[in-house]
Design a protein around this ligand. Structure first.
Ligand SMILES: NC(=O)c1ccc[n+]([C@@H]2O[C@H](COP(=O)([O-])OP(=O)(O)OC[C@H]3O[C@@H](n4cnc5c(N)ncnc54)[C@H](OP(=O)(O)O)[C@@H]3O)[C@@H](O)[C@H]2O)c1
Length: 337
């Protein structure tokens, strides 16, 4: 057996800090100490880090890191394990992992809970691997565990061309559902159809409620994944099937709405939601195990792939955020260390 030589871990690293709440320009490279893994943690030499809309919210000061999390943005990484903390048993130095992290991804080195890391599937580039954890964990938990999507049912996904949306389309199709999406341009709608969406609705020119009714013979969608809120809340209730499940993962329009609750009663709807980052470590570990069992084999078989928009060097994190805020992207934006 050959042992892997201990890598020399430098005392400091480059990380992208948020100088003050504001526009993309507040993201600046800083020299920071390389963190030390604690109990049950691993230290990963980051090769790539995914950019997510919650990072943009954090940069604006609207989504503070939970207690104990790094103030450096970045919720998902891919790279090589270079050190393990006490009682960390699953991984050894040299293992290649992709991991969900509660912050700190925009850096040369990042700490991950060992139970929130998965092996990188064969044939997946580090940039692709870094684009998987946040979307796979979020979609698996919200569409399948909370929403209970079943084979033969219809899923409506708002923001179909987003990082989350592109993962939701592929997973729902892989599990035998019909998929309807909304997106804000014909180009985005076409990209969603190419990925497998059965129906794509340009929400700027079409009413998604009427489109869902038409596509389902009047029955409505069984599960709705919503990241918009505001007037979409009442419209989702109209677009939902009897016993439909609406899962809220963000409020890009507004968390407030005036609604008629009789629709919930008459259609026996379930309206739920969740946010991943603040969940207990054990909850995320349970989601990680489910993703490894249910999603990882689909990625390894090439049936599900992250849709890649653009990659940027870590030092150009500000440009990556500007791209995300332009909403011109389709799929995932990734930083390379
Ligand atoms: N709860 C959780 O655990 C969790 C975890 C991760 C992400 N999220 C949320 O999930 C969302 C997607 O995240 P992401 O990282 O994939 O970001 P992203 O790629 O930037 O996606 C945002 C999407 O929202 C779409 N959108 C905005 N207004 C819309 C509207 N009125 N109707 C339909 N679509 C609309 C945009 O599409 P157009 O440009 O076509 O308008 C864009 O595709 C974000 O809101 C994020 O905060 C939640």
């Amino acid at each position: 057996m050959t042992s892997i030589p201990a890598p020399s871990i430098p005392p400091t690293m480059t990380a992208i800090a948020i100088r003050a709440p504001g526009g993309p320009e507040v993201l600046v490279p800083e020299e920071r100490p390389v963190p030390t893994p604690g109990r049950g943690e691993i230290l990963v030499k980051v090769e790539a880090a995914g950019v997510n809309r919650p990072d943009v919210m954090q940069r604006k000061g609207l989504y503070p890191p939970p207690p104990g999390a790094s103030d450096i943005p970045g919720l998902e990484i891919a790279g090589t394990v270079v050190a393990t903390g006490p009682d960390s048993t699953r991984w050894t130095r040299g293992d290649r992992v992709m991991a969900l992290v509660s912050g700190g991804g925009y850096a040369d080195y990042c700490i991950a809970d060992e139970t929130h890391a998965l092996p990188i599937p064969p044939d997946l580039a580090p940039t692709e691997a870094a684009a998987v954890p946040e979307t796979a964990f979020t979609v698996w938990h919200n569409v399948f565990e909370r929403g209970g999507l079943q084979r033969g049912e219809t899923l409506l996904v708002h923001g179909g061309s987003s990082g989350i949306g592109t993962m939701a389309i592929q997973l729902a199709k892989a599990f035998g559902a019909t998929v309807i999406v909304t997106a804000g341009s014909e180009e985005k709608c076409e990209a969603c159809r190419r990925l497998g969406a059965d129906v794509a609705v340009n929400y700027r020119t079409e009413d998604f409620v009427a489109a869902v009714k038409q596509a389902t013979g009047g029955a409505g969608a069984n599960v709705i994944l919503d990241m918009v809120g505001g007037d979409y809340i009442a419209r989702n209730w109209s677009a939902a099937a009897v016993e439909g499940r609406i899962v809220q993962i963000a409020f890009q329009a507004s968390p407030k709405a005036t609604v008629d609750f009789s629709r919930v009663m008459l259609k026996r709807l379930h309206h739920t939601g969740s946010t991943l980052r603040s969940r207990a470590a054990a909850d995320k570990a349970a989601i990680a195990r489910a993703v490894e069992r249910q999603v990882w084999p689909l990625i390894a078989a090439g049936r599900v792939r992250p849709v890649m928009d653009r990659t940027y060097p870590l030092a150009e994190a500000a440009a990556a955020h500007a791209r995300m805020e332009s909403s011109l992207h389709i799929g995932k934006i990734v930083l390379t260390a």
